[in-house]
Design a protein around this ligand. Structure first.
Ligand SMILES: [Fe+2]
Length: 305
């Protein structure tokens, strides 16, 4: 897709030569300007389309009825999420963020809590894609296997998790999100909401976040989210956010995807731990080698004397 954009840009770059040839005829010149304008508009459109696209939910828009209506998903995904995609593509065009992966844009533009303009649109795209994939037709019920074991370890019971999650989602003031995440670090994230920096690592946590913020910025691995912006529930539930959250937990959550995400998060945490150990070993080895080289040089010098 980028090659199309480049090709369009190259065509535009050639246009000034056509303009010079036709400059003696004002009509021709006008034509060239119109052509240039059309070309740059086309290039902008092509570049926008070449970057991030509006990813559809993994089911048809009426598949979650009667718990989430076709109308609200059409509005939520088709208008709100589309807006975030179009805005981000415009914002990053030609900037240093252009060409970066969405996750990298989120981390860079979070800027330690001092948000850069692209953050909200980038994070909202990521959050919505994650939200749609957190649900399935005929969802709800109860998880099983490793996920259930960790839930029971960290929240006492499945009911304990549901209670914590509903509390976080219903008490997020204004717009935002509630999350279940896997926390495999002890980062001190001063600017974060609910950073839990002193808690032990490798555990499940429930957090809420304002506006577009998500747990990626604290280096947590998100497992589940519910959107509590009013646009997510008002058409179906009006101001009854608590009812919407209950239906989400009881009828829509895909515990299969949450289990899958947990396995991925654990694997990633283990990989990072192995990587850290390797780096420490390499550092130790290079320290030992440096000491040995120093001792060897000392020995050589004393032998010379
Ligand atoms: Fe939303």
């Amino acid at each position: 897709m980028h090659s199309t954009a480049v090709a369009t840009s190259l065509t535009c770059a050639l246009l000034p030569f056509q303009g010079i040839l036709g400059a003696l005829e004002s009509n021709h010149c006008l034509q060239w300007r119109k052509q240039e304008r059309r070309c740059s508009q086309k290039a902008r459109r092509t570049l926008v389309a070449a970057q991030f696209e509006l990813k559809p939910p993994p089911y048809s828009l009426n598949a979650l009825e009667p718990h989430m209506s076709h109308e609200i998903i059409e509005y939520h995904w088709g208008k709100h999420q589309r807006g975030y995609v179009e805005n981000l593509n415009r914002q990053i065009l030609g900037s240093e963020l252009d060409g970066m992966a969405l996750g990298d844009i989120i981390l860079v533009s979070y800027n330690k809590g001092d948000l850069l303009p692209a953050f909200n649109n980038a994070a909202q795209i990521w959050n919505h894609e994650f939200f749609w994939e957190s649900m399935k037709p005929g969802g709800g019920g109860k998880p099983s296997g490793d996920l259930l074991e960790l839930i029971e370890r960290d929240f006492g019971s499945f009911e304990g998790l549901v209670r914590e999650f509903k509390l976080a989602a219903s008490t997020q003031f204004g717009s935002g999100w509630a999350w279940l995440a896997y926390k495999a670090n002890r980062l001190d994230v001063g600017n974060a909401i609910n950073p839990c920096p002193s808690e032990e690592d490798k555990k499940l946590v429930v957090v809420k976040s304002p506006n577009a913020v998500n747990p990626l910025v604290w280096d947590y691995s998100p497992l589940l989210t519910v959107d509590v912006w009013e646009h997510a529930y008002y058409l179906d539930y009006e101001n009854r956010r608590a009812d919407y959250i209950s239906v989400f937990m009881e009828k829509l959550v895909s515990w299969e995807i949450v289990s899958y995400r947990l396995e991925m998060a654990k694997a990633r945490a283990n990989e990072r731990e192995e990587e850290r150990k390797r780096e420490e070993e390499e550092e130790n080895m290079s320290d030992i080698e440096a000491v040995e080289m120093y001792l060897d040089s000392e020995t050589d010098e004393s032998e010379t004397e």
